[in-house]
Design a protein around this ligand. Structure first.
Ligand code: DAT
Ligand code: MG
Length: 140
């Protein structure tokens, strides 16, 4: 077990419904520390760059339009096994399949508008954190 950092995004469906605090409480209750956080408005091009791994998927246009539709809150979570722990707290991509008590089970509206993003591996976490934050902004 090791202390890790992971990139989290509270997506437009959740910021629109004023759910930032409730979602952050789930992270903190799970032992994840929010060591950096900011609210930003992505352009569609920036959303496309962030999600470029999905560029060939049929939902790419819908996903990037959604991510640029309203502000998001980007954050860095730190803790023991933070990457896997955050994925557990988030729940499955499709909220219909997410375990009870997870963020997506409680708050997500659909598979596309599913309230949160979380990095899926150490390499992607590193890349995604540096997409949004400079080292000086990470206060562990
Ligand atoms: P996750 O966000 O759980 O890591 P992912 O990386 O497979 O899931 O997909 C990224 C996002 O793309 C996901 O959060 C919502 C959207 N997405 C995935 N599959 C989709 C689908 N079948 N229809 C619409 N949007 C989808
Ligand atoms: Mg993913």
């Amino acid at each position: 077990m090791a202390t890790e950092r992971t990139l989290s995004i509270i997506k437009p469906d959740a910021t629109r419904r004023n759910l930032t605090g409730k979602i952050n409480a789930k992270f903190e209750d799970a032992g994840l520390r929010i060591i950096a956080q900011k609210r930003i408005q992505l352009t569609k091009a920036q959303a496309g760059e962030f999600y470029k791994v999905h560029a060939e998927r049929p939902f790419f246009d819908e996903l990037t339009t959604f991510m640029a539709s309203e502000p998001v809150v980007v954050q860095v979570l730190e803790g023991e096994s933070a990457i896997a722990k955050n994925r557990e707290v988030m729940g499955a991509t499709n909220p219909a399949e997410a375990d009870a008590g997870t963020i997506r089970a409680e708050f997500a509206e659909s598979v596309g508008e599913n309230s949160v993003h979380g990095s899926d591996a150490p390499e992607t976490a590193k890349e995604e954190i540096s997409f949004f934050f400079s080292g000086l902004e990470l206060v562990g």
